[in-house]
Design a protein. Structure first.
Length: 349
């Protein structure tokens, strides 16, 4: 009885060992990650870096040289349109104005005397000659002409003095002030660099391969450090491509008019080139580039891998829009190298 029991236990152990070996050595379907194809809204987006530039920026330069006698603002100060930014020594112009005004007063006295002479000779009537009256009338005319010339000289002298006073052409912020009070400046000297930082523009450079699709009015999203995401629109597209860089300059304008951003700040830009309400999008990594075109590997109902040609819009992004070769509900391998055509695999969770 004991020998039969031992025999039974040994047979059972052998059977379990054989079953374990079969389970370990038998081929099993490999788990591979798959993606179920769906139809959904999709966008083609260009991801770029941009740089903030003011909507308005100008170098304030004098029209005449001289010594800076007033320079009240510094970098970072805000100024209003028409506010005085600097004064240049206007001593020579002030002296010229004084001289011109004195000349005007003297000529007015001459004209007044000429008018009195004319009135006296006209009152004499028959006791004077016509020629004498005409001479007095001519003296008045010439005196008036000379008075107007001298008054124009005063206006001109004042305009020259006014040029020594520099005013803000628009409201903005002082970005640079490369000179100091008391310094002698010339017509080419930069006194201030003034910019309007409200509602700035974003400057981006787009590779010529993708630049022909960009049009004014296209939407974009701009990620501004510490301010978060802001929406923008394409405001301007340069009509030429830079032959040295192979890029086309595009300027965006933020939709919010009250955003103030430092000039020169680097921001991230997602420029929406196209939006489709119904499209099939798959990861670029799921596509196999072959000599005869692009392919994807699909998982059939029986778990057998097959390969199929597809067409897609080649765009620099992680996901691409497939235009032909796939239908909703089909399953594709996210990693085509995970299995070859004909392999039997199982979809991973």
């Amino acid at each position: 009885m004991a020998s039969k029991t031992k025999w039974f236990v040994g047979a059972l152990a052998g059977l379990l060992l054989a079953l374990t070996a079969v389970w370990l050595l038998a081929p099993r379907d490999e788990d591979v990650p798959v993606l179920t194809v769906t139809v959904a809204p999709a966008e083609r987006v260009l991801a770029l870096n941009g740089r903030v530039r003011p909507r308005l920026e100008i170098d304030i330069r004098p029209t005449a040289g001289g010594e800076l006698v007033a320079l009240p603002f510094d970098v970072g100060d805000r100024v209003s349109q028409g506010q005085i930014l600097a004064r240049i020594d206007d001593g020579p112009e002030t002296a010229a104005i004084t001289e011109a005004e004195a000349s005007v007063q003297a000529q007015r006295a001459v004209v007044a005397q000429a008018r009195r002479d004319l009135a006296r000779f006209e009152a004499l009537g028959q006791f004077t000659t016509r020629r004498e009256v005409e001479q007095r009338r001519l003296a008045v005319t010439e005196g008036d002409r000379e008075l107007k010339r001298r008054e124009a000289s005063v206006v001109q002298a004042r305009e020259l003095r006014d040029r020594r006073t520099l005013r803000a052409p628009f409201s903005g912020v002082i970005l640079e002030r490369p000179v100091d009070p008391g310094q002698a400046v010339g017509a080419e000297s930069v006194i201030y660099r003034l910019a309007d930082l409200a509602n700035p523009e974003i400057r981006i450079e787009v590779d010529e391969l993708y630049s022909t699709t960009i049009r004014p009015g296209m939407a974009a999203k701009v990620m501004i450090p510490e301010l978060g995401m802001r929406t923008a629109r394409v405001a301007h597209v340069e009509p030429r491509i830079d032959p040295e860089t192979g890029a086309r300059e595009v300027r965006l304008r933020l939709d919010a008019a009250d955003v103030v951003v430092p000039s020169g700040l680097t921001v991230s830009v997602d420029l929406t080139i196209e939006r489709r309400e119904r499209a099939i999008s798959i990861p670029r990594s799921a596509i196999v580039q072959a000599a005869d075109g692009a392919r994807v590997r699909l998982l059939g109902r029986e778990g057998v891998v097959a390969e199929r040609s597809v067409r897609f819009i080649d765009w620099p992004s992680e996901k691409v829009i497939v235009t032909a070769g796939l239908s909703a509900g089909e399953r594709i391998l996210l990693d085509p190298s995970a299995a070859a055509p004909g392999d039997k695999v199982r979809a991973a969770d």
